[in-house]
Design a protein. Sequence first.
Length: 464
Amino acid sequence: MIRFAAQELAAWLKSANRKPMVLRGARQVGKTWLVRDLAKRQNLDLIELNFERLPNLVDLFQSNNPAEILRNIESELAIKINREKSLLFLDEIQAAPELFIKLRWFKEELPELPVIAAGSLVELALSNQRYSMPVGRITYFFLEQMSFFEYLKATGNEALFEKLDTFELDSVMPASLHEKCLNLYYEYCLVGGMPEVLNEWKNEKDLKLCLKIQQDLLATYRDDFHKYGGKIDANLLTKLMLSVSEQIGNKFIYSRVDPSLKTSQAKTALTLLSQARVCTMIKHTSGNGLPLGAESNEKFFKMILLDIGLVSAQLGLSSLKRSEASKVVFSNKGGLAEQFVGQQLRTLGTPLLYPRLYYWQRTGGRLGEVDYIIQHGNRIVPIEVKAGSTGGMKSLHQFMVDKKLDLAIRCYINEPVFEEISLKTTQGNPVSYRLLSIPHYLIERLPSLLDHINGPLTIAGKAV
């Protein structure tokens, strides 16, 4: 399989000021595979130590002298390490969180040896320990599930990927290709982007086999909660993960998890799940200016899960027939569509930065909500997500008036359209702005499409 993150990882390897890397991501998103692939492509000797499988290897790191540590590894594995032609890989490091502090010595005393540490649910492991990260001596790399474009390449749709990856607003999308893309999008909503599930789908095209792997993955997460949860109730973490799937598309409400649950307990547990990449918190933004998080109301937030396939599995949707995939998206009242767009938006930023998502909701008075708010350059751009081809946009219209913006995005299932909107809102306010409507399957192309939008700007109906 081809992972787009591999290019960024190769760039880190060749960086003049390279620091030890902590590869972050939920379990089974492909962290180990990515490191092994890097070593193979760069012709490096991979020294791989897995601390879940072999916890006794922690003893090799008792010294703070990295040269001594390497001698210990050489003795244990009966090998000779060439520092400039090797890659030291500390896998499942959450099983030995005391080793994080050791990474600083490799940066300071052995910079010629590239070091990668990878782990799942790292924050859960650290929350019950007295260990700290060597700030300034390491770099983070956040790996997501496989995106829709990666899904296309993995399932043999290379030519279609090239078509979408180079799509411009003046391009023509033939109706037959549009329909094919929609069908693949509906499949992705059930299969998702977890590498093992995707590989099974690629080989067998059997949703039942995929569902079994998805259920096993969910069980693995639950086992991890018991193993690394510490003082956090693992049963609470399990309930929260299910509730995230059930509440996608809506403001997250703790009482829906368990009416007897204390808000403080749920908040702490949900924060850990977010930090451990199992789910993502979509924070409220006022949308008044940049940065988007400057004026946020902490009482308002939404959640999405790591992967849309796991959402479908938790909600019992993956047991449906492949031919009914489109019905699943529509029957979910827009929740799956928001999950899809949100997890694709996570992949658009550099993996070197923690991905952050925002939405807007009116916090008082009449109702109003815009599904996602993104920053593109120095612009604030709202995104309205529709499960189908139609649907009102009253909140978006009013948002554009209130915030004096000139460009908005709509994600739906129709073919791409770029148009001028000019009307009056339900409050009687005149509004004029440009609306770029794109099908869900083009969301990964959004940054490039925004880069190429030119022409006179209008703010609240007036040319500027």
